[in-house]
Structures are given as C-alpha cells and as structure tokens.
Design a protein around this ligand. Structure first.
Ligand code: BES
Ligand code: MN
Ligand code: ZN
Length: 503
C-alpha cells in the first residue's frame, strides 16, 4: 500500500482525481465557513441532519458536482481524537470495499490534528484493507493500492505520518508471519524471513541451530524442541542505528511455531489457533521491518527462540528435569508451559548485550486472556520507569497494555522438591506466576514482559493476527531514541557499560 502526505485545502481535495474521497467530519468542523463544493456538501449534510458527526456515522454520495472523485464518503469523527479518527476511518473504509476503489484520497483537513491522528488514520486505512493471500491465492488482494492523505499543513505532521507508514509495514510483516499456518512458518522459515530483513541495512541477522544452542547450554529451550522433527532456530537480529557501543533495547519474542501442548496435550477444539503461538516472534520481526523503514538512531537487538512443541517418542515428559543456560534446574511439570522454557534461556542470553532494557513478548498464558481479554496486553516489570514508558507508549500508539503485579508471594507455587523450580504453579494468577518464572532469569536486568496471548490474534469469524504489539514496541523505541538523543548525545561504550551496571 502506497501512502502519500499532501497539504490540501477542501478545494484541492475536491479537485484531485481518485476513485474515492473519504472525508472525516468532526463535531466542530462545520463551524468554519469554507468555500467550494466539498465544504458546502459537508455544511449542508451536517445542517440537514443527514450526517451526524458522532464517530462512525456516515453519508455516502456519488458523482457530486464539483468533486472529481466519483465516490464521496463523509464520516463523523466525533472529538477528532486519535481513537475517534481510527474508528471513523475504519467505518469509512468499510463503505469503500468495492474493487473499483484503488486510489483513495483521505481528507483530514477538518480535523485539528493532535499528534497521533495522522498515524492512526494511516494505520486504520491499512488495517481495513489488509488481506492475507499467502496460502489463499484465490482471496482478492487488497483493492486500495494508493492513499493520498490530505492535511492542512503536511510539514507539521510529516514525522507522525512517517511513523504511521512504518508502523503499517511492521504490523503487516507481523501479520503475514503470524497468519501463516505452521507448515508455512517453521522455525527455519522464520529464520529465512529474519535473514531477508537483514538485506536492508543496517540490520544484521545471525541464525543459531541445535549444535550452537547446545554449546550455549540452553537446556530448557532444547527440551521443548526435542519432541519435534523440525530443528530449532535461535535468531539473533541487530539493528545498529545508534552510536557504536550505545546500550541496545533487546526484544525477545516467543517463537513457538506450533503449540500442541506436548505430552500435556491440548484439547482438539481451536488447537489450530496455536499456530499463532509465535506472535511474539512475529512482533519482533515486524518491529525490525519498521526500523528498516524509519532508521532511527538507536541500537536494537532482536532474539527469537523458535521451535515446535510436539508430543513424540523423544518429547519431554512431565516430571523431567532440565538445566537452563543460567544453571538453574527446572522440573517440567506441564509440557504445555513451554513458552517460559524457551524464553528463560533467551533472557539469559540477552544479558550479554548489556541492554538498556530487555522486553520479552509472548503469547504466554490463557490466564492473561481471562484477566485482560483482547483489549490490553499484560505488562510486567521489575522497573517502574520501564513499565511507565511501555504503558505510555502503548496508550499513545493505541496499542495499550496494563501492568500486573510481581509480588514475591506469587512465586511460592513454583517451588519444586526435585529442581530449583517447577515450570508451573497452580491455576490462580496464572499470568503472574508465568511472569514470576521468567523473572528468575532476569537477574538485575531492566526487564519487562508483555503477555500478548489475548491481543496478538482474534478468533471467530475474523480469525487472524492483529500485528500487535508492533505499534507499542515501535513507539517505545522511537521515544527511547528521542530520550537518548536529548539526554546523552555521546555514549561511549564505557559509559554505556557503566550505566547498565548501575541500573
Ligand atoms: N501458548 C499457550 C498460551 C495460550 C493459551 C495463548 C490460549 C492463547 C490462548 C501457552 O503455551 C500455554 O499453553 N500456557 C498454558 C500454561 C499452563 C499449562 C500453566 C495455559 O495458559 O494454559
Ligand atoms: Mn503451551
Ligand atoms: Zn505456547
């Protein structure tokens, strides 16, 4: 999808030749007495009551005199906030699903653009027209190929627009990989995708296989992979946009390309949805795709432990004890609690980058779906500043999360008579006890964990990946880049090391 930002008055928007013109009309817009066909159409539609300005209310018009685009859709945009803009664009796009609509003008001229509105509009446009075709070539590819976003002053919103376009690239990359069925998204194929991203400088990808992982002592990760004939992959990506030696943000994505539960096998109903269990990995890949577009000045590392969780003659059995890379032993009481087993070794590995922050992203627990549903991702962190930064980034990016606690008492249930810990506690507080397990591998790293089990995909008729939390992650990284640009212009390797040691 090709987006273009232009400064357009109402008259200029009406004069552009396109297949459709989508106009957002907020509550306050009709007060301004503007001239021309489009302005008078909006004025009359609102005055007559045929167009309500409440979010999502709409009026479709055809071949309006003085307007070049044959189809004109006016949509109420309520208070004109980013959330309202997103809903309004989604509603408008829903009315323009005809195959004939290839070029679209989206006119935001009536909106007083607060930061986030342009990005929300761009993302909603892409969201509404996204079509998965990889294993369904018969599906009609997206019709809308070109969108001109018209605003009063392009310069004023250029940065937000660029971020929105990059977010779309990242979200769509994540959706593509998460939507693919497990036989089209094996650990090896994920690694290939990561390698392809590295063709775009300044990204570098390194892929470790079973022997490398064994040499590193990742006994917990290997234990999960041993029940599958698909070989595991440990993907290491680096985006070096920042100063050499400046401490990176490390993203760790759960890459279970299919989760049967293993010997603690899952029930058959909806098991197909466990192809989405690499949603965390997909969000890391997507974030890197977005970084390649935007090229902000910051260093980012992406780590993806990828494997299948299968039952097999070689598979781990409940009660098996394995030794993690950290040296801590784990009694695997439930082979379906596999995400934490692959993540714990990746978190131990993350420490070598002396990161400014480590964020793991995982479709980790059904309990998180029960706690927060599909609206907010679960957020856990041992650092208040990091938690606040992530929560704020999520709110700004309209990809929200909610912090849950990590009190010591929640870790009680992980005690084991046969190892340093078990991999599960009881059912109560399941999202939290999973996070408590991960915390044991973060030593004093500035760490946060996002449980995206409820937000990474939708079930039912609209089954499919959401691409979340790419918007949150990208927003956090951009804000982090801005923070370090103002706070510490020159970061020497020594200073970076000192800072992380102190933190
Ligand atoms: N991938 C699942 C979590 C999941 C379940 C995500 C349902 C989305 C929907 C994870 O590996 C898992 O199976 N977790 C178990 C943990 C339990 C055995 C402690 C769960 O949540 O049931
Ligand atoms: Mn599982
Ligand atoms: Zn899983």
């Amino acid at each position: 999808m090709d987006f273009e930002l232009k400064s357009l008055s109402a008259e200029q928007a009406a004069a552009l030749t396109a297949d459709a013109l989508l106009v957002l009309v907020p509550e306050a817009a009709h007060a301004a007495a503007a001239q021309g066909a489009l302005a008078s159409l909006v004025d009359q539609a609102v005055a007559s009551g045929d167009l309500e300005t409440a979010v999502g209310k709409s009026l479709s018009c055809y071949r309006v005199a003085g307007i070049q685009s044959a189809r004109v859709v006016l949509v109420g945009a309520g208070d004109g906030s980013p959330v309202a803009v997103r809903k309004a664009v989604a509603a408008g796009m829903g009315l323009l699903k005809q195959p004939g609509v290839k070029k679209l003008v989206l006119w935001l001229g009536g909106i007083s653009l607060e930061p986030g509105c342009v990005s929300a509009a761009v993302q909603a446009c892409a969201e509404a027209s996204y079509v998965y075709t990889t294993t369904k070539p018969s599906a009609k590819a997206r019709a809308v190929a070109q969108v001109v976003v018209g605003v009063p002053q392009a310069k004023a919103v250029q940065v937000a627009f660029d971020a929105g376009v990059a977010t779309v690239a990242g979200v769509e990359f994540a959706k593509e990989w998460a939507n693919r069925p497990a036989n089209h998204a094996t650990p090896s194929l994920l690694a290939d995708a990561a390698r392809k991203l590295a063709r775009k400088s300044p990204i570098k990808t390194e892929v470790l296989g079973p022997k490398d992982v064994e040499a590193l002592g990742m006994g917990a990760f290997m234990a999960v992979a041993q029940g599958s004939v698909e070989p595991l992959r440990f993907i290491v990506m680096r985006y070096n946009g920042g100063e050499k030696g400046s401490a990176p943000v490390v993203l760790v994505g759960k890459g279970i390309t299919f989760d049967t539960g293993g010997i603690s096998i899952k029930p058959a109903a909806e098991m197909d949805e466990m192809k989405f269990d690499m949603g965390g990995a997909a969000s890391v890949l997507g974030t890197f795709a977005a970084l390649a577009h935007l090229q902000p000045s910051i260093n980012v590392v992406g780590l993806i432990p990828a494997c299948e969780n299968m039952p097999d003659g070689q598979a781990i059995k409940p009660g098996d004890v394995v030794t993690s890379m950290s040296g801590q032993t784990i009694e695997i009481l439930n082979t379906d609690a596999e995400g934490r087993l692959i993540l714990c070794d990746a978190l131990t590995y993350a420490a070598r980058f002396k990161p400014r922050s480590v964020i793991d992203i995982a479709t980790l627990t059904g309990a998180c779906v029960i706690a927060l549903g599909g609206v907010r991702s679960g957020l856990f962190s041992t650092r208040d500043d990091l938690a606040a930064a992530l929560q704020q980034a999520g709110d700004r990016a309209l990809d929200p999360c909610w912090r849950l606690p990590l009190d010591e008492e929640y870790g009680e249930g992980l005690k084991s008579n046969f190892a340093d810990m078990g991999n599960v506690a009881g059912r109560p507080g399941g999202a939290i006890t999973a996070a408590k397990f991960l915390q044991k591998f973060t030593a004093d790293l500035p760490w946060a964990h996002l449980d995206i089990a409820g937000t990474a995909w939708k079930g039912g008729m609209a089954k499919g990946s959401t691409g979340r939390p790419v918007p949150l992650l990208l927003q956090y990284i951009l804000e982090e880049a801005a923070r370090s640009a103002t706070a510490e212009p020159v970061v020497t390797p020594k200073a970076a090391a000192r800072r992380t040691r102190k933190a």
